[in-house]
Design a protein around this ligand. Structure first.
Ligand code: C2E
Ligand code: MG
Ligand code: MG
Ligand code: MG
Length: 278
C-alpha cells in the first residue's frame, strides 16, 4: 500500500501537502477513538464454491462509520491504521468479532480475516489468534487468515515462522491479491497456503479478453492444483465472468455477482436461506 502521509517532510511550503497532513492527523485522532466509540463494524462477503455455488466462507471486511467524518473508505483508513500502528488493537477487535460472528453460522462455513503485515510481524500475533479462538469457542479450522505478498518482502523469516505457527494451530492461510505485488514463487514453496486469491484485476482482464490475464489465471490455477492449494477468483461481478472463471478451473468465487459485503445479520440469514434451498 502506498505510504503517502508525507512524514519527515519538514521543508515543504506546499499548502496542499500541509492540508493533507492536517486531514490525516484529525482522521488519526478520530480512528484512535473508533473502537471505544463503537464506530467499527464488520461486513461479510460470501465466497462460494465454483461448482455448487454454495457459501463456503465469508470474508470479514472492516467498515468505519465515523461520527465526525462519516463513512470512511477502507482504502483510506486501513493504510492510516497501518502507519500509526492502530491496526494492532483494531486487528485484535476484528479477529474476535469475526470469530464471534462465525460461531452463529453452520459449522461447515468458515470465516476469513485480513491481516496486515504490521499485525503478522508482531511477536504475539499467534497469541492474538489463540485468544480470539478461545474467547469465542471457534474451532481453529474455521478461521482463515488472509495475507498479502508484501509481508514476505518486509521480513520473510518472521512472516514464515508466524504462518507456520498459525498453520500448527489448525487455521488456514490464504494469499490475498495474488499477482499484484512483487510476486516471487519462493514463498509458495516455504508456506502452506490453503488458497491463492487471484486478484480482481486479472478477472477484469480476462473478462475483457486480455490473453495475458487469461494465461496468468490458467497458470496460477495449474500451479495451485499441483501444490494442492485451492484458488479463489476475486471481484466476479457478472454471470459471464463467473462462467469464464469456472472454465479456468478456479475452485471458489467471490464478488458482487454472488454477494456484496453485508452486515452480520444479513450474512447469517443468507446462509440459512441458501441452505434451506439446497
Ligand atoms: P481485499 O482483502 O482484497 O478485499 C476485497 C475487496 O474487494 C473489498 O474491498 C471488497 O468489498 C471488494 N470487492 C469484492 N467483490 C468485488 C467486486 O465484485 N467488484 C469490486 N469492484 N470490488 C469487490 P474493501 O472492503 O473496500 O476492502 C479493501 C481492502 O481493505 C481489503 O482488500 C483489505 O486489504 C483491506 N481490509 C479490509 N478489512 C480489513 C481488516 O479487517 N484488516 C485489514 N488488515 N485489512 C482489511
Ligand atoms: Mg482479503
Ligand atoms: Mg483480496
Ligand atoms: Mg484484491
Amino acid at each position: 500500500r502506498a505510504k503517502d502521509d508525507g512524514r519527515g517532510m519538514h521543508c515543504t511550503y506546499e499548502p496542499s501537502l500541509h492540508a493533507h497532513a492536517e486531514e490525516r492527523r484529525t482522521l488519526e485522532l478520530a480512528l484512535r477513538k473508533a473502537i471505544a466509540n463503537d464506530e467499527l463494524q464488520l461486513n461479510f462477503q460470501p465466497v462460494v464454491d465454483a461448482k455448487t455455488e454454495g457459501v463456503a466462507s465469508f470474508e470479514a471486511l472492516l467498515r468505519w462509520n465515523s461520527a465526525e467524518h462519516g463513512f470512511v473508505s477502507p482504502a483510506k483508513f486501513i493504510p492510516l491504521a497501518e502507519d500509526t500502528r492502530l491496526i494492532i488493537p483494531i486487528g485484535e477487535w476484528v479477529m474476535i468479532e469475526a470469530c464471534r460472528q462465525a460461531m452463529r453460522w453452520p459449522a461447515e462455513i468458515r470465516v476469513a480475516v485480513n491481516v496486515s503485515g504490521e499485525q503478522l510481524l508482531e511477536p504475539d500475533f499467534a497469541a492474538t489468534v489463540v485468544k480470539a479462538l478461545t474467547a469465542t469457542g471457534l474451532p481453529a479450522h474455521r478461521l482463515e487468515i488472509e495475507v498479502t505478498e508484501s509481508v514476505f518482502l518486509r521480513d520473510p523469516k518472521t512472516a514464515n515462522a508466524t504462518l507456520e505457527e498459525i498453520v500448527a494451530l489448525g487455521c488456514s492461510v490464504a494469499l490475498d491479491d495474488f499477482g499484484t505485488g512483487y510476486s516471487s514463487l519462493g514463498y509458495l514453496r516455504n508456506n502452506r497456503f490453503s488458497t491463492i486469491k487471484v486478484d480482481r484485476s486479472f478477472v477484469q482482464g480476462a473478462a475483457q479478453e486480455s490473453p495475458e490475464s487469461i494465461a496468468i489465471i490458467r497458470a496460477v490455477v495449474a500451479m495451485a492444483q499441483s501444490l494442492e492449494m485451492s484458488t479463489t477468483a476475486e471481484g466476479v461481478e457478472t454471470a459471464e465472468e463467473a462462467d469464464l472463471i469456472r472454465s479456468f478451473g478456479c475452485t471458489k468465487i467471490q464478488g458482487y455477482y454472488f454477494g456484496r459485503p453485508m452486515g452480520a445479520e444479513e450474512a447469517k440469514s443468507l446462509v440459512f436461506r441458501t441452505r434451506r434451498a439446497a
